[in-house]
Design a binder for this molecule. Structure first.
Ligand SMILES: Cc1cc2nc3c(=O)[nH]c(=O)nc-3n(C[C@H](O)[C@H](O)[C@H](O)COP(=O)(O)OP(=O)(O)OC[C@H]3O[C@@H](n4cnc5c(N)ncnc54)[C@H](O)[C@@H]3O)c2cc1C
Length: 236
């Protein structure tokens, strides 16, 4: 039998960027989840038409509360409704948690590299938050690729001050004034610098649009990284 759908109520919506929102929902009897897992969200129109999309969980397990991070896709059927249409207090259906491979566990003590493209930062932020809450000893290195400074999510969770978290934001179109790195996509040099801090068996988590994930995966393998250490999540 598959995982059952359950009703979830929107408690709060916060802006991350001009087009991305945090959605906090309460899902009664939520069974808990691991950082990296996702849910399916199902919307049902008055005429019975249904649409289902997947969204990663942005926070570690916290009772019945779950947190999603949604980027509005231009012309998209579901995401603009979640970011700007669904009223606070309204219900959707969720099914999960889903995915058992793209997860970080508190007992992992080796260093790990997290590589995010755009909204791919959502499940990786759940890992960062769980890592901090568990006071895990293995350092996390986050490479985060975004178009411009206005597109950075989760500045609160990714701020300086955590000695075991190293965040490097790479801008593809427009970097902040004074940036040493010119705007551009992730390069072999960016990845070499980050993987130099890993052990050969340390896990690398890569998440974002399919093209981004495949490009990073290929660069890592070209540089000799063992494919079994690379875990990927494609947002499509
Ligand atoms: C495991 C998993 C986890 C995901 N987690 C998240 C998450 O945490 N946050 C999040 O915002 N999204 C996430 N997604 C993507 C999400 O499921 C939807 O695909 C996305 O919100 C678009 O849905 P839509 O109905 O608005 O667009 P649709 O109506 O399905 O598509 C409209 C158009 O946009 C294009 N498109 C679809 N998805 C994207 C995209 N991601 N980027 C650019 N163009 C796109 C389509 O090709 C189509 O042309 C995840 C996907 C998967 C598979």
């Amino acid at each position: 039998m598959g995982i059952a759908w359950r009703r979830a109520r929107l408690l709060e919506r916060r802006s991350q960027t001009a087009t991305a929102r945090t959605l906090v929902l309460t899902a009664p009897d939520w069974p808990g989840h691991l950082p990296g897992q996702h849910v399916d969200v199902r919307l049902t129109a008055d005429d019975g038409y249904q649409a289902v999309r997947s969204y990663s969980l942005a926070a570690p397990a916290d009772g019945d509360r779950i947190e999603l991070g949604v980027q509005a896709v231009d012309g998209g059927e579901v995401s603009p409704y979640l970011t700007d249409g669904l009223p606070v207090g309204a219900e959707v259906e969720v099914r999960g948690p889903l995915g058992n491979w793209f997860v970080w566990r508190a007992e992992q003590t080796e260093p790990a590299l997290l590589v995010a493209g755009g909204s791919g930062v959502v499940p990786l932020t759940a890992m960062v938050r769980a890592h901090r809450a568990a006071r895990s000893r293995g350092p996390l290195h986050l490479l985060y690729s975004v178009r411009s400074p206005e597109d950075v999510w989760y500045r609160d969770h990714l701020a300086d001050g955590d000695p075991l978290l190293d965040v490097r934001i790479m801008y593809t179109r427009q970097a902040p004034p004074g940036s040493v790195r010119p705007p551009g996509r992730i390069t072999t040099a960016d990845l070499d610098e980050a993987t130099a801090r890993l052990k050969p068996a340390s896990p690398v988590y890569v998440c974002g649009p399919t093209g981004f994930v495949e490009a990073v995966d290929n660069l890592l393998i070209d540089r000799g990284r063992d494919p079994v250490t690379i875990r990927t999540e494609r947002f499509g």
